[in-house]
Design a protein around this ligand. Structure first.
Ligand code: 5GP
Length: 179
C-alpha cells in the first residue's frame, strides 16, 4: 500500500495536531450546547472519530451517505442521498463532518437540505479543502488543511475503495490508476 504512494502531503502527526486544534475550537464555539455530529460515509469516518474525541461538549453521532465518485477521480456533479440521518434534525445544532470539499457540490446541496428540515444551526468541518476546484458556494467553518488540485488518499479517503486506512494523506503514483 505505502509503495503506491508518490508523495506524502500530510503526516499522521500533522493531521493529529490539527484535529486537536479543530476540536478545541469547536469546543469553545459550542459551549453550553449539544452537537449532532453528522459524518458523511465513508470517507469522513476516520476524521469523525478522531475529531469527536477532541470535542469536550456533549455530542450525538449520526451518519449519512451521499453519491460519490465511485471508482473515478472526477466529480459526478449530482448528489443523491443513499443513507439518510437517523435523527430528527429540527431544532438541532448540526455539525457536518466531511473528508474533503472539492467542487463543493455535495455540501452546497446538503447544508440547505438540513436547514430546510428546521436545524437550529448547520456548520461544516472538513479535514481537507481544495479551494482551486470550487464551483459551488460553500462556507467551511472548520478546515483542517488546504491541498492542491491532486487526487489524494489516506486518512479515510479512498481510491477504488482502498487506501482509507493509511494514517497519512498522500498522492498515489500514476501507474496505480492505469492498473
Ligand atoms: P465535491 O462535491 O466537493 O466535489 O466532492 C466531495 C467528495 O468528493 C468528497 O467527499 C470525496 O468523496 C470526493 N473527493 C474529492 N476530491 C477527492 C480526492 O482528492 N480524493 C478522494 N479520495 N476523494 C475525493
Amino acid at each position: 500500500m505505502d509503495k503506491d504512494v508518490k508523495e506524502i502531503l500530510l503526516t499522521a502527526e500533522q493531521i493529529q495536531q490539527r484535529v486537536a486544534e479543530l476540536g478545541a475550537q469547536i469546543t469553545a464555539d459550542y459551549e453550553g450546547k449539544t452537537i449532532l455530529l453528522c459524518g458523511i460515509l465513508k470517507g469522513a469516518v476516520t476524521f469523525f472519530t478522531d475529531l469527536s474525541r477532541h470535542i469536550r461538549v456533549p455530542v450525538e453521532f449520526d451518519f449519512l451517505s451521499c453519491s460519490s465518485y465511485g471508482s473515478s477521480t472526477t466529480s459526478s456533479g449530482f448528489v443523491k442521498i443513499r443513507k439518510d440521518l437517523d435523527s430528527e434534525v429540527e431544532g438541532r445544532d448540526i455539525l457536518i463532518v466531511e473528508d474533503i470539499i472539492d467542487t463543493g457540490t455535495t455540501l452546497s446541496k446538503l447544508v440547505p437540505l438540513l436547514q430546510d428540515r428546521g436545524a437550529k444551526s448547520v456548520r461544516l468541518a472538513t479535514i481537507l479543502s481544495k479551494p482551486s476546484r470550487r464551483i459551488a458556494d460553500v462556507t467551511v467553518d472548520y478546515n483542517g488543511f488546504e491541498v492542491p488540485d491532486a487526487f489524494v488518499v489516506g486518512y479515510g479517503l479512498d481510491y477504488n475503495g482502498f487506501y482509507r486506512n493509511l494514517p497519512y494523506i498522500g498522492i498515489l503514483k500514476e501507474e496505480v490508476y492505469n492498473k
